[in-house]
Structure formats: structure tokens, C-alpha cells
Design a protein around this ligand. Structure first.
Ligand code: BG6
Length: 495
């Protein structure tokens, strides 16, 4: 294991006044301090366009930590950290202004002995990603000979293949692939990291993990919130680009990949990318049969004050952007030949939940031993809000002669008060500082996922109005998503 000393750096946040910095980044840094992970040789420089003093900025951050985390704030810890947080006002496209930043960082290097090491965190709107990289380059702020400089890019990494390629070209001119950290915060979630352990550390699962024993796999990520104040962004992205291209595909890759040779960054990413690469492309006919898109509409009776998507701020009254999508995808490889993977995600659904259900092949229903239909075995990996794993199996109903009921073996990781999983960002920021990019997306993964999404959306184009349907706020999505599985004689597992 690398020493904590490797984390010695200045953490430079572009977009220091934004929501992400307030709600996720600074609370995560505070927790790292609390766990005593950050050394003395560490400072944060937050950059925003507004003018404010360090003191004003620090106070705003403290308010946010109080508001957005349930962490107990130790005033001495906050005091110590906040002294190392600086605010600088700079227009992201002001090339000359970066000289001032460069000199300021060099001064801080002397003060904190941070040796020129930098994490440049782009928490800005995506339109500034390439602008900031260009300015960093123009001011020779990347050296990588006697020190290291890493860049963290928030999603979305492009909005299609061409824009992702453009952005990647810009960034790789300045940073090498090993110093580029494309963040997908789902990879920082405890139970998503756990998928590889559940699969590969258990002799009872791995031998069954293939098309001989598995009937289908379902990945569900539901949110009860709507688009909040992100109408303009969401109109262009929709659920497919906002969630499927990144979070759901990463979950799919971890669930379906071959065992890596080791847990090294390269071995894990090599196996993940093969899954994205093996996704079977969609034809126009597939789009009809294997894709359902929906948009939430208000439910006058039940949720009177919750707006429908088209009434949200920044959304067109005639918008055809999907806020729900369900897909059936197939993987073209020997392990998964013929096994459908059903993915679904949606906003303003009745519950916030994320889980993966692995449905095993059932015993033959013509079996004459039992005179009732038997439910298949199910292994469910719960990602959030409950974290854990459960296995559903069949037992004799107590006191009956031969009736069968379903039973559940349930491991709940966060049911116990003493266990609290770290926030995804905590793990990810820590990994960036240590220089471990295993839980970040490599360029080829991004590239293949956009190839698939682009090809699919091209096939949807003419049909968009036809495949887009409505669902009520608070429901479990459009009925058509259920019909899609019913055609295959299957159903979504609601857990
Ligand atoms: C983000 C999406 O990447 O993930 C949001 O842009 C979504 O639209 C969020 O709400 C969901 O993350 P989580 O961690 O709350 O499941």
C-alpha cells in the first residue's frame, strides 16, 4: 500500500462556488481530515468567478458542511482545515489571470511543502473543461518531471462520441492518460466496489455466473427527485446520457466482466472495457422492441405540487427528452450469449433505489415433484439506500405437506448504526491524491460507451415520438417497460 505521504499536494478546484464543491467535495475533504488521512502538506485553492474573501468563502463552506452532511463538526478540525482553504477569483478563460494562480500555488508550495504536486479538479460547467485545460497548458502549469499534476473531470465527458473525442484530444495534449481521472461517482459507492468481491471471492457464485445458470440480469437505478434546477443541461442529456452511458454501464461492466488477472488498475479496466465493447449494437427494429423511454407528468390527485417534466424550469413545453429509460441489451461473448441484461433508470419515480438482480434459471416447470409454480432463485445486490446482498430461495411452508414459499437470506451492510459507508467522493478524492485510477473511467471505456449510445440514438431518431411515453410522478415508470419484459415472459424484480 502506498504511504499517505503520497497525498501531499494542492487541490485546485475550478468551480469553487458551485453545488458540487459545497455539497460533495469539501465535505469529503473534511471527512478525510477527520480520518487523519491528509498530511500537513496539503492545501485547497478554490477558484470561482465571484469576488469574495477567504474568510467569507470559508464561512460559506462551513454552512454547507453543516447542511449537507450528517457528520459531526469538530471545531478544532474545521479550524485547522479551513486555514488551508483559499479562494481566488478568476475567469476560467482569462489566460493571463492563470499567471497569478500559478504564482499563488508556488507560494503555497513553499508554505506547505507540497512540492509542485497538483490535483486540478474541474467542477465547472462542461463548456469550460477544454478552456481550463488550454489555460493551464498556456501557463506551463504541468511539469510531471519532479512533481505530479493530475486532472479530474466531472461528467459528462462529452455528449456524444465526437464531442468526447474532441475533449479527450484537448486533455491528452496536456495530461497523459495516467494523470487523467474521469470521475464516475458510482464507482466510489461501497456496494459497487463490492460487486467484484461478491462475485470473485465466493466459490458458490462464480461457477454459476454465466448463461448456463443465469436467466437474466436487471439493473435498476431509480430516483425520487426530479431534475432540480438543471433543466438546461437535462434537456440535452436525458436519462440515457445522464445515467446509462456512465453509471449503469459501469454497473453492467462490473457485473458481467471476466475475473481480472489482479486488482491492478490496468487489469480491472481491461476486463471492464471488453464488456462495453461487446454490447450488441441496436437495429431500428431493436429500438422498437428493446427500448422504452418515458417522461414524467404530474399527477393532479396524488402529488399536486410536483411539476411534470415539461413544466420544469428550463424545459421546453414540447420537449421529447426522456426522464426514464428501460433497455434490453445483449453481450456478444461466450459467457453471456443469450442472456438479456435489462437496464432501467428514471427520475421522479416512487422510490429512490439502486440494485442489481441476478435471476437464476429456474428448475423445469414441468417438474412433477411440486404441484405449484416455483419462483426462480434471485441474488440481489443492493447499492442504495440499503447496502447489502440477499438471496431468495424456496423452502417448504412450515406445517404444510408440500407447499413452497420463498425465503430470503439477507445481509444488510448499513442496517447497523455502527457501520456507515463513506461517501463516494471521499474514496474517489483520496484515490486521486494517492494516484490510484482504478475507480475512474479509462478513455476506451468512454469511447465504446458513446459509440453504443450514438448508434442507438441514431436508430431512435425517426421514432422518438413513438417510443416516448408518459408516466406519473411517483409511479414506477411507464407500463411499457413492464410490457417489454412480459414479451420475454419475465418481470422486473421490485425489491
Ligand atoms: C448524476 C446525475 O451523475 O447522478 C444526476 O447527473 C443524478 O442526474 C445523480 O441525480 C444520482 O446520483 P446518486 O448518487 O444520488 O444516485
Amino acid at each position: 500500500m502506498r504511504s499517505y505521504k503520497n497525498a501531499c499536494c494542492i487541490f485546485v478546484i475550478f468551480g469553487g462556488t458551485g453545488d458540487l464543491t459545497h455539497k460533495k467535495l469539501i465535505p469529503a475533504i473534511y471527512n478525510l481530515v477527520k480520518e487523519d488521512r491528509l498530511t500537513e502538506n496539503f492545501a485547497v485553492v478554490s477558484i470561482g468567478r465571484r469576488i469574495k474573501t477567504d474568510e467569507e468563502y470559508r464561512k460559506e463552506l462551513l454552512d454547507s458542511i453543516r447542511k449537507y452532511t450528517d457528520a459531526e463538526i469538530h471545531s478544532s478540525l474545521w479550524e485547522a482545515l479551513s486555514k488551508k482553504i483559499y479562494y481566488m477569483s478568476l475567469n476560467f478563460n482569462d489566460v493571463q489571470g492563470y499567471q497569478k494562480l500559478k504564482h499563488f500555488l508556488e507560494d503555497l508550495d513553499t508554505r506547505y511543502d507540497t512540492k509542485g504536486n497538483r490535483v486540478f479538479y474541474l467542477a465547472t460547467a462542461p463548456t469550460y473543461f477544454d478552456v481550463v485545460v488550454d489555460c493551464i497548458d498556456a501557463n506551463n502549469m504541468v511539469d510531471n518531471r519532479t512533481s505530479w499534476q493530475r486532472i479530474v473531470i466531472e461528467k459528462p465527458f462529452g455528449s456524444d462520441l465526437a464531442s468526447a473525442q474532441y475533449l479527450n484530444k484537448k486533455i491528452t495534449r496536456v495530461f497523459s492518460e495516467e494523470n487523467i481521472y474521469r470521475i464516475d461517482h458510482y464507482l466510489g459507492k461501497e456496494m459497487i466496489q463490492n460487486i467484484m468481491f461478491i462475485r470473485f471471492a465466493n466459490g458458490i457464485f462464480e461457477p454459476l455466473w454465466n448463461n448456463r445458470c443465469i436467466d437474466n440480469i436487471q439493473i435498476t437505478v431509480f430516483e425520487s427527485i426530479g431534475i432540480e434546477s438543471r433543466g438546461a443541461y437535462y434537456e440535452k442529456s436525458g436519462a440515457l446520457r445522464d445515467m446509462v452511458q456512465n453509471h449503469l454501464f459501469q454497473m453492467l461492466a462490473l457485473t458481467a466482466m471476466e475475473p481480472p488477472k489482479s486488482f491492478s488498475t490496468t487489469d480491472v479496466r481491461d476486463e471492464k472495457v471488453k464488456i462495453i465493447q461487446s454490447l450488441k449494437g441496436f437495429s431500428e427494429e431493436d429500438v422498437h422492441n428493446h427500448v422504452v423511454m418515458g417522461q414524467y407528468v404530474s399527477n393532479e390527485e396524488k402529488n399536486r405540487n410536483i411539476l411534470g417534466y415539461r413544466e420544469e424550469n428550463g424545459v421546453s413545453e414540447t420537449s421529447d427528452t426522456e426522464t426514464f429509460v428501460a433497455l434490453k441489451v445483449l453481450l456478444q461473448n461466450a459467457r453471456w450469449e443469450g442472456v438479456p441484461f435489462y437496464l432501467r433508470t428514471g427520475k421522479r419515480v416512487g422510490k429512490k433505489t439502486a440494485y442489481i438482480s441476478v435471476q437464476f434459471k429456474n428448475i423445469p416447470q414441468t417438474n412433477t415433484l411440486y404441484n405449484q409454480l416455483i419462483d426462480p432463485n434471485l441474488l440481489v445486490i443492493r447499492i442504495q439506500p440499503w447496502e447489502g446482498v440477499f438471496l431468495k430461495f424456496n423452502v417448504k411452508k412450515p406445517r404444510s405437506a408440500e407447499d413452497i414459499v420463498s425465503a430470503k437470506m439477507d445481509f444488510c451492510q448499513n442496517c447497523h448504526m455502527e457501520y456507515k459507508s463513506p461517501e463516494a467522493y471521499e474514496r474517489l478524492l483520496w484515490d486521486v491524491m494517492k494516484g490510484d485510477s482504478t475507480l475512474f473511467t479509462r478513455w476506451d471505456e468512454v469511447e465504446y460507451s458513446w459509440r453504443f449510445i450514438d448508434q442507438m440514438t441514431k436508430c431512435c431518431k425517426g421514432d422518438r415520438q413513438k417510443i416516448l411515453t408518459n408516466y406519473e410522478v411517483g409511479s414506477l415508470g411507464p407500463k411499457e417497460a413492464d410490457d417489454m419484459l412480459a414479451k420475454d415472459h419475465k418481470k422486473w424484480w421490485e425489491v
